[in-house]
Design a protein around this ligand. Structure first.
Ligand code: ATP
Length: 355
């Protein structure tokens, strides 16, 4: 029997509620399949760890994760610690340390869930956003000088490399090619950003030649927001920079019904390191500790994790279970206008996979 070694990092806020829920669902799947098991190891890194140790995770923390098959992550964010410390000290340290350069964000309107778009049917909105996850606007290149003085200066340099753009474009074209519509939209801003984004466009054209069966187009990021709202069916796979995709994928999640549902995978396509799966929502302090967090985003992330390790059938079983549960409004959490708790949704999904 195959055993998958999974690192669990709940992190902060509702991450501490949804990650254990994800483990429960994975465990129920393993029992139901009796073909594989999970060996979970949990790491208590995040805000509390920072208060105790002065860092979000240990310096050699990546070594503890290196031999895992995958990582299930919750969220990083603490009301008492600046956001750039929580983000760079944990999530980005793992994403960058393991060169998880492709961030994949599927969006669909699940059964029983209403989109705020009144003319949008479930068939109209079925997207995957590919986010460049290793450089661009979030490369960390920049600095501050003369702090506190009138001549203070601060820069965040958007750094793009040919290697970085070529590999994310190739990944996006390949993903688009694997989907029925074989349709890719390259999001850009090369009218205003006339260096890096022009190279981005040139490389898109170059890589497109390797994929003659993929239909592709290019759109400015501002126009893309309009197209997502008014012509959702014209989109299928999208590729965008780190910042652009960050914003577009929150819009996508909202258009599909709630931030609480949306999953993501931080993937190292070359499989040199473990990939990391997480809901796209943050720590949501307003609802933490109340048992109200929607765990569906984490469960859908578990579907992506299962696909990544090659358990396609189990991934399909879990996705079908999620859809059976969302179809029932009595099992909707508060973000979807319902009254169900994290525990009730988790139990319902566990029961559905065990059927
Ligand atoms: P961060 O700064 O860590 O990104 P945040 O609290 O600013 O976190 P999110 O957690 O991403 O932002 O979400 C914003 C709001 O959406 C939350 O305050 C919460 O009310 C709601 N929300 C997000 N995720 C969920 C969820 N899984 N279940 C229910 N509500 C959610």
């Amino acid at each position: 029997m195959k055993t998958y070694k999974i690192a669990c990092i709940p992190g902060d806020g509702i991450g501490k509620e949804v990650v254990p829920a994800g483990q429960e669902v994975l465990q129920a799947l393993a029992v139901a399949s009796s073909r594989f098991t999970f060996d979970f190891e949990s790491f208590g890194w995040g805000g509390d760890w920072y208060r105790a140790h002065g860092e979000m995770m240990p310096k050699n923390g990546l070594d503890a994760l290196r031999n895992k098959d995958a990582i299930l992550f919750g969220s990083a964010g603490d009301p008492d610690i600046p956001d750039h410390i929580t983000l760079w000290g944990l999530r980005l340290k793992i994403c960058q340390g393991f060169d998880q350069y492709a961030n994949v964000r599927p969006t669909r309107i699940l059964p029983g869930i209403e989109s705020p778009l009144k003319r949008c049917t479930r068939d109209d909105l079925n997207w995957v956003i590919v986010r460049e996850n290793s450089e661009g606007e979030y490369s960390g290149v920049g600095g501050r000088a003369h702090q506190g003085h009138p001549i203070e200066v601060a820069t965040d340099v958007c750094m793009m490399t040919r290697v970085g753009v070529e590999r994310i474009m190739r990944f996006a074209f390949r993903l688009a090619q694997s989907r029925p519509r074989k349709l890719l939209t390259v999001v850009t801003k090369s009218n205003a950003q006339r260096h890096a984004m022009v190279m981005w466009d040139e490389i898109a054209l170059q890589i497109s030649k390797e994929f003659p069966d993929v239909t592709w187009d290019k759109i400015l990021v501002d126009a893309c927001t309009d197209r997502m709202v008014n012509r959702p069916a014209s989109l299928d796979t999208l590729v965008a920079t780190n910042l652009h995709a960050d914003v577009l994928s929150d819009l996508a999640a909202a258009l599909a019904g709630s931030l609480g549902i949306a999953p993501t995978g931080n993937i190292d396509p070359e499989r040199r390191y473990p990939s990391m799966f997480e809901p796209i929502h943050g720590s949501a302090f307003d609802i933490m500790g109340k048992g109200l967090a929607n765990p569906i985003g984490t469960f859908w992330s578990c579907v992506m994790l299962l696909e990544h390790v090659g358990e396609t059938e189990a991934a399909q079983t879990l996705m079908a279970a999620i859809e059976r549960v969302t179809a029932n409004p009595a099992l909707h959490t508060g973000d979807l206008g319902g009254r169900a708790t994290t525990v009730q949704v988790t139990q319902a999904v566990c029961a559905a996979v065990s059927r």
